[in-house]
Design a protein around this ligand. Sequence first.
Ligand code: RB5
Length: 149
Amino acid sequence: MTDKKLKIAIGADHGGFRLKEKLAEALVSGGYDVKDFGTFTADSVDYPVIAKAVCEPVSKGEADLGILVCGTGIGMSITANKIKGVRAAVCDNPYSAKMTRAHNNANVLCIGERVVGIGVAMDILHAFLSTDFEGGRHQRRVDMINELD
Ligand code: RB5
């Protein structure tokens, strides 16, 4: 992505907070401007609440990208895609993470802590952050998605 310090909103429910903590730590070490919307404990919390908190700043342009973690990543992605301007993709491999940036201009990455191990999750995160949107013919398709907002 660009040279500017990317603003990243991150959050998780109780099923994803352990992985979220590790991802947030890696992002801070990598020099990103990270805002962590919780949760911070294993106490049960409803994933739509966290998804909304992370995606609203993305929708408003206050964050460049969002990262959401729950048990599967699925509940987070379903919720995130309800929010205007958000294109969320649940990824369980680095190739999908790369392609959803390149072709879908995804701005929210969802990961399932109960699906992938820490090593794969880190590779997914890296692939997502290091890939730019290709534009061109993909822009027209993303515009078509955006028209559905
Ligand atoms: C919580 O048990 C679990 O349902 C949640 O983390 C997520 O996987 C939902 O999609």
